[in-house]
Write a protein of this length. Structure first.
Length: 136
């Protein structure tokens, strides 16, 4: 029979270093960003910090506003590729995902690159987005 310590050790061995499903969350968000699906990128986050190039920084905004900001920003570009660069658990309940985004302005052949930093918090077994920063 397993004791509490044994079960805890087994769980630590089974879960990936990024925590439960953080890698899967990163892959899903990468695909959503490629499709310009702002709703799927933001997920069920009630409030989060959004920092986009050319947009004045502010405090956390409601989910609906975050979706509108991201959708408006992405609207002017064509995605070429979005890939997961890194997935890192910073604590047992917090993690950071870094994506690399390659895109172009419609009507041009010029491909540009940006870094997308996503901060997550594990709540109720679900990774919830708390911060989205696009730079570059």
């Amino acid at each position: 029979m397993f004791g509490v310590v044994s079960v805890a050790l087994l769980i630590r061995l089974v879960l990936p270093p990024g925590g439960p499903d953080l890698e899967a969350t990163a892959q899903q968000v990468s695909g959503a960003l490629l499709r310009h699906d702002a709703t799927a990128v933001i997920g069920q986050s009630p409030r989060l910090l959004v920092q986009l190039p050319g947009v004045a920084p502010s405090g956390p905004v409601p989910r609906s506003q975050a979706i509108a900001l991201l959708a408006s920003y992405l609207h002017d570009y064509e995605e070429v590729a979005v890939s997961v660069v890194s997935v890192q658990a910073t604590t047992a309940s917090k993690g950071i995902v870094q994506l690399a985004r390659r895109y172009r302005v419609p009507g041009t052949d010029d491909t540009r690159s940006q870094s997308v930093l996503l901060s997550y918090e594990l709540s109720g077994g679900i990774w919830t987005l708390t911060e989205l920063r696009i730079s570059g």
